[in-house]
Design a protein around this ligand. Structure first.
Ligand SMILES: [Ca+2]
Ligand SMILES: [Ca+2]
Length: 388
């Protein structure tokens, strides 16, 4: 009897063990490939690998990528500084996805690109799963560029590249990059390197006071009047006098007009308004922007950058129209950085219309959380942090 009981128990335990292993297998099989997504790398290659060209002649170069495993590409970013005295850009063709609205430069920006000698490509695949880029020997073409050689003098450029891929759970991550080679024209020359980005965390609290800033602001992705329930946001602002280290905090409630331009007032208590000032502005779902000029403007959305404050203030009302620059969305939990938490807040709330969720995750303020909001975060991943 005792033996039989033991035998039954052992068979029972073995059955449980097998069931456990099988369930585990099914579970792992269902979710298995996502673990692959953490180790992938992407090589950037050019086709052709270099160019020899006569003065005043055009040449074309394709930017291709070779992922180490098949990836679902959701977006990509290239910043390419080039020597504008040696080459000029003539044509941009996005081969995968489309130029990201307000952010990815297109042929309509050629004058600016050639004036500055900097090209910023921002392509996005406009569905929530992305476009599969398979492993291949020759690589997959993302962008085709046509330049005109200004002279036969050798020159080179090197891209700063970022790639955003979607795993099976729909989570966007930044792919690792193994190589971004230098591109040589007529034997090559000195590289012009891109600038360095800043990091940090924001602060902010409410005040009212003797200085009132009547601000006009434009936030990324909002180009028309928001849904009624979404047409209000609290914006934080900080004032800093040029040459000093202290900042004064304020905040105000803003509403948008029919063109998606937001107006509101922020009050500050300041004893000495003399000198030149700079302003930090941070929307409730946005990265902080540093603004130094009362007529701040930019030709490509989100690219305005400044160093020293040059804004004069008076006691009482100060009207400042900053709607010429786009404030990037992406810091949904307001910790100063755009990361997986912010992305999750959008991704995990698709289709939601609850007030408390919309307040966090409805980035274009149309009253629903969907793939449009998802797309907007991509741009923030290229910037990542508050400006300080
Ligand atoms: Ca964040
Ligand atoms: Ca939305």
């Amino acid at each position: 009897m005792k033996k039989d009981f033991l035998k039954t128990t052992i068979i029972f335990l073995i059955t449980i063990a097998i069931a456990y292993v099988m369930l585990n297998f099914i579970f792992l099989n269902k979710h298995g490939p996502k673990s692959k997504a953490s180790g992938e790398t992407i090589d950037v290659i050019y086709d052709p690998t270099s160019t020899t060209v006569e003065a005043n002649k055009d040449f074309t170069v394709s930017i291709k990528i070779k992922p180490s495993v098949d990836v679902s590409l959701r977006g990509y970013y290239f910043k390419i500084p080039f020597d504008k005295t040696k080459i000029n850009l003539k044509n941009i063709e996005y081969k995968v996805g489309v130029a990201s609205a307000d952010l990815g430069q297109t042929n309509s920006n050629l004058t600016t690109i050639n004036q500055n000698g900097i090209l910023e490509l921002f392509g996005e695949v406009q569905n929530s799963t992305g476009q599969v880029i398979a492993v291949s020997v020759t690589g997959s073409e993302l962008v085709k560029l046509t330049f005109t050689a200004v002279s036969v003098t050798g020159t080179s450029f090197q891209a700063d590249a970022k790639f955003y891929i979607t795993d099976l759970n729909g989570v966007i991550t930044e792919a690792g990059i193994t190589t971004v080679p230098k591109y040589d024209i007529n034997g090559g020359g000195a590289l012009i390197t891109p600038g360095v980005s800043v990091t940090g965390t924001p602060t902010g609290s409410a005040t009212t006071g003797n200085i009132k800033l009547n601000l006009k602001l434009k936030f990324q992705g909002i180009n028309k009047k928001p849904a009624d329930s979404q047409n209000s946001m609290v914006v934080k602002a900080k004032l800093k006098k040029q040459g000093t280290t202290n900042t004064v905090d304020g905040q105000g409630t803003f509403t948008a007009d029919g063109n998606g331009i937001w107006s509101g007032t922020v009050g500050f208590n300041i004893t000495d308004v003399g000198g030149k000032w700079l302003i930090f502005v941070k929307g409730p779902q946005h990265l902080q922007k540093k603004i130094c000029d009362s007529a701040a403007s930019e030709t490509t959305g989100g690219t305005y950058k400044c160093a020293d404050g040059n804004i004069s203030l008076v006691v009482g009302d100060n009207s400042l129209n900053f709607s010429g620059i786009t404030l990037l969305v992406g810091d949904l939990d307001q910790n100063g950085i755009t990361d997986a938490v912010d992305i999750g807040l959008v991704k995990n709330n698709f289709g939601k219309k609850d007030t408390n969720i919309l307040a966090k995750a409805d980035l274009n303020r149309d009253g629903v959380v969907d793939t449009q909001d998802f797309s907007l975060i991509l741009a923030a991943l290229a910037v990542r942090t508050d400006e300080l």
